[in-house]
Design a protein around this ligand. Structure first.
Ligand SMILES: [Zn+2]
Length: 107
């Protein structure tokens, strides 16, 4: 993995840390959504994704998986696991996966 890919993987981890806080704050009833940050590799991406904290936790249960807006996937670093209308679940591959796992903040 080169320096740019490394930095891009770190961007995702930063978004995840912010989303952890959102997930902890939100305790809405079953089925209501909260706005989470897009966890893509773009440093300037501030797009939001509406999903329930329950859904977020389900993705988050695997440290290599991230949620991104449709079209924000990085084909060189991750593969698409599940495509929904509002978001895409991606899983980091190889070195990027190991890095995401190592930097995974405690749940
Ligand atoms: Zn994005």
């Amino acid at each position: 993995m080169n320096a740019t890919q490394r930095r891009r993987t770190q961007n995702e981890t930063m978004s995840r840390i912010a989303n952890e806080a959102i997930e902890e704050q939100e305790s809405p009833g079953e089925g209501s959504t909260a706005a989470f940050l897009c966890e893509c590799t773009r440093p300037d991406c501030e797009r939001l994704i509406e999903l329930t904290p329950q859904e977020y936790r389900r993705v988050r249960a695997n440290p290599r998986r991230f949620i991104v807006r449709p079209g924000h996937e990085s084909g060189d670093l991750e593969e698409v696991i599940e495509a929904r209308s509002a978001y895409v679940i991606v899983e980091k591959l190889g070195e990027a996966g190991a890095m995401a796992e190592a930097e995974d903040p405690p749940a």
